[in-house]
Design a protein around this ligand. Structure first.
Ligand code: BGC
Length: 768
């Protein structure tokens, strides 16, 4: 296990520079503000290995799908989040020597992510030209209050000499993605402008024609006073720069402030982009670096005040959970319903920045419990707005009559994955999207959502399940054939337990909803049924029939649910028998060997037991947990968190803790040897759930919050915040007592263990 980064409650620190770890660190130290993101690339020139990454949310390119043999139904393209024009660049030359950390002698190096205040810092001490020692620092942030603004403070101090320091401050759109299907560049220049003191670069994406405008300006200071400079201008295709020099005496610090605005045609009319960039730069300069930074820090304070998790007695766990909460909030702020949560957020190109089932299954529960109701609603509206496209997706595959198959991977509602068997056949995503509607309503109490938007989606998804299931004469049951469950180490299986469970759940929830609306809001129901062309006579009985007669595989001897048909024909081995040097198996074994093995990439039956635990007693959950946990290799980031929650559920706190650390420190300790590609943002939400639903045992039961807390042996106490139907509350658990503090005005109905309590507004209770 990798412990490259120093442990601290609020910081992540890289002490000393290891070029071999640079790609990992660029992911770990990434910044974002929901609107744009930036890997922790260096500002100055670096000739070593790195992965350049600047991202603008919602700006993508449809890269033509690359497959060996084209088959009907393959999607046309794989959507890619684009490595966007580079705004951070500041090249540095001192006494004629280019500062390049791959070339100079590094005496010390420290890179820090300050999670409390939301910025990235670097300090390094280097020697150039054999004897000249310099101290260089950089600090940058992407403003949480002014999301188009990125700011950098870059300082240079000669330690034992005085010399000439030359800066080149630039914008560059000659960038490419590492991940392209045909090696193409995706950006074209629209216009550029450069003058002494400021520059602008407007670029457009090919095919999608998004326009992105970058504007920059800067100030150079010595002793807090502006230094007069005479910049030289560079103006060439896709690149604009100002280069200027100043003399720094021994021990004197030159400080450069770079202000950048990044705006796109997603939010503004293309023709207005230049004027708006200029206004934004004027605003930035007028506000000043310090004011923008303090506003940014205040915004982070507000986020932490309602979402922090405090763990006493375990710094590793503490750092990890804050790291997870920090990155989730950097990725998605919930202000724009056109945006979503890519599995890697703004930290890399993998998964194309697109939306996966991860959002509904992991991201949504986190945001429902930690953010304003509108944030969760926006995540749902994103899918609502894609309903028509999902109906078209289903039609392309032969489904009819308004059946919808939501895409497994999408940017705009269209399916755009890169592989068929694994990704496409994961039709379970449709179930996660239906479940999200239920989850949203039970968390927020927003019942209106159902008739206004939810039911339309439920009907369309139910139609899909109804047409996708077929009747087996042999079994005298309905079956769902040819799917891939969450466990992607099995493809094209029949009767995946999780998928069948979700199908049945969706159908019965839709039936129940129609029944309830008939009683409660028949006029709105009438409108939805008319709009969806609903057929009471044929659809209702068919759905009820499916609910009653779906096939589920059970091993009667072991009394466990079986992941799919034929699972017991496999050689059932424990993951512990895999030699260490063959793990992760997806980096060592052939695909064929993986598919034949019993090994499970991620929670599958257990994912179902997690969602539908109310239906099962503890013994059933325990038997299934013991059976599947030993075969699960957790090579998906989405796995360990669910197992951790279930381990807590069955009272196995040691296992829950082991799995918690694995999920929480997945990226910091690079368990699966893939952090160089980016962080696992969506699984970070699962980590938070492993504390709140796992250790805290928090559940929702009608209008009550249930708590059944456990505490890992080595923790003195832990506390978390959560929201429920407009109430913000804090729970603090120690081994002797639990304090529930209601931070809102409205009373909170609580069940602790099995006893009922009412926690009045602005009060707290202590329960044991
Ligand atoms: C997981 C999927 C997930 C995807 C994106 C895959 O490795 O198996 O369940 O949707 O990553 O996070």
């Amino acid at each position: 296990m990798n412990s490259y980064y120093k442990k601290d409650e609020w910081l992540v620190v890289e002490e000393g520079f290891d070029p071999e770890m640079n790609r990992e660190s660029e992911s770990i130290f990434s910044l974002g503000n929901g609107y744009m993101g930036q890997r922790a690339n260096f500002e100055e020139h670096y000739s070593g290995d790195y992965h350049r990454g600047s991202y603008v949310a919602g700006v993508y390119y449809p890269d033509k799908t690359r497959v060996g043999w084209w088959k009907n139904g393959y999607p046309e393209y794989f959507a890619k989040v684009l490595n966007a024009p580079n705004w951070i660049g500041i090249n540095l030359t001192v006494d004629g020597e280019v500062i390049d950390l791959a070339q100079v002698k590094i005496n010390s190096f420290r890179r820090t992510l300050n999670m409390k205040e939301g910025y990235l810092e670097r300090h390094f001490n280097i020697t150039i030209l054999k004897t000249k020692t310099l101290e260089i620092s950089s600090k940058r942030f992407l403003s949480m209050t002014e999301p188009d603004l990125g700011l950098i403070r870059y300082s240079v101090k000669p330690v034992n000499f005085s010399g000439s320091v030359s800066f080149t401050v630039y914008l560059d759109s000659d960038v490419r993605n590492e991940d392209t299907n045909y090696g193409k560049k995706f950006w074209k220049e629209v216009s550029r402008h450069i003058s002494e003191g400021s520059g602008m670069l407007i670029s457009r994406t090919m095919k999608t024609d998004f326009h992105v405008a970058l504007g920059m300006t800067y100030i150079l200071e010595k002793d807090n006073k502006k230094v007069k400079i005479k910049p030289e201008i560079t103006d060439r295709a896709k690149y604009v720069a100002n280069t200027f020099s100043s003399v720094a005496g021994k021990g004197e610090e030159l400080v450069l402030y770079k202000f950048v605005s990044v705006i796109s045609s997603l939010n503004y009319d293309k023709k207005n982009l230049p004027a708006i960039v200029n206004q934004r730069l004027e605003f930035a300069i007028r506000s000043g670096y310090n004011k923008l930074l303090s506003d940014h820090i205040n915004e982070w304070d507000k986020i932490w005040a309602t979402s922090d998790v405090v763990i006493n007695g375990d710094i590793s766990a503490q750092q990890a959970i804050r790291f997870n909460i920090f990155h989730l909030n950097q990725t998605y702020t919930g202000k724009d319903e056109r945006l979503n949560i890519g599995p890697k957020g703004f930290t890399g190109e993998k998964y194309g920045g697109s939306t996966y089932w991860d959002t509904e299954a992991f991201g949504l529960p986190f945001f429902l419990k930690t953010a304003d109701k509108q944030v969760g609603k926006n995540l749902l509206l994103y899918r609502y707005k894609h309903l028509q496209k999902s109906i078209e997706n289903a039609e392309k595959l032969g489904f009819k009559h308004g059946a919808a198959l939501y895409p497994m991977v999408t940017m705009n509602g269209e399916e755009c994955h890169n592989e068929w068997e694994i990704t496409f056949e994961e039709i379970h995503r449709n179930g996660a999207i239906a479940f999200a509607i239920y989850n949203y309503i039970r968390h927020t109490g927003d019942k209106e959502y159902m008739a206004d938007y939810g039911l339309e989606v439920l009907i369309a998804i139910s139609r899909f399940w109804s047409q996708r299931a077929t009747y087996s004469e042999n079994l005298k049951k309905y079956v769902i054939l040819g799917v891939t469950g969450p466990n992607e180490y099995e493809n094209n299986v029949n009767n995946n337990w999780y998928t069948n469970s979700l199908a049945v759940w969706t159908l019965s929830y839709t039936l129940k909803t129609i029944e309830e609306l008939e009683k409660g809001n028949s006029s709105k129901l009438g409108k939805v049924l008319k709009k969806t062309n609903f057929n009471f006579k044929t659809e209702l009985p068919r759905w009820s029939e499916l609910v009653k007669n779906m096939h589920f595989n059970v091993d009667t001897k072991r009394q466990v649910f079986l992941q799919q048909d034929g699972f017991l024909d496999k050689e059932l081995l424990s993951a512990e028998s895999i030699p260490k040097d063959e793990k992760p198996i997806n980096q060592h074994w052939s695909w064929d060997r993986i598919l034949r093995s019993c090994y499970i990439k991620q929670a599958d039956v257990l994912q179902g037991l997690y969602l539908f635990e109310d239906k099962y007693d503890t013994e059933t959950i325990k038997r299934n947990f013991d059976f599947y946990e030993q075969m699960t290799v957790h090579e998906s980031s989405l796995s360990a968190c669910i197992h951790s929650i279930l381990a807590s559920r069955i009272g196995n706190i040691a296992k829950a803790y082991e799995l918690y650390l694995r999920t929480a420190r997945l990226d910091l300790d690079d368990y699966n040897n893939e952090v160089s590609d980016g962080l696992h943002i969506t699984s970070m939400a699962g980590t938070w759930l492993a504390i709140v639903e796992g250790f805290g045992g928090m559940r929702i039961q009608d209008d009550k919050i249930l708590l059944k807390p456990l505490i890992p042996d080595n923790w003195k106490s832990y506390s978390f915040h959560s929201r429920f139907r407009g109430i913000l509350f804090e729970v603090k658990v120690s081994s002797t007592q639990t304090i529930v503090r209601n931070l809102s005005e409205k009373s909170l109905n609580l069940v602790f263990d099995t006893k009922n309590y009412i926690v009045k507004g602005k009060t707290e209770i202590i329960v044991k």
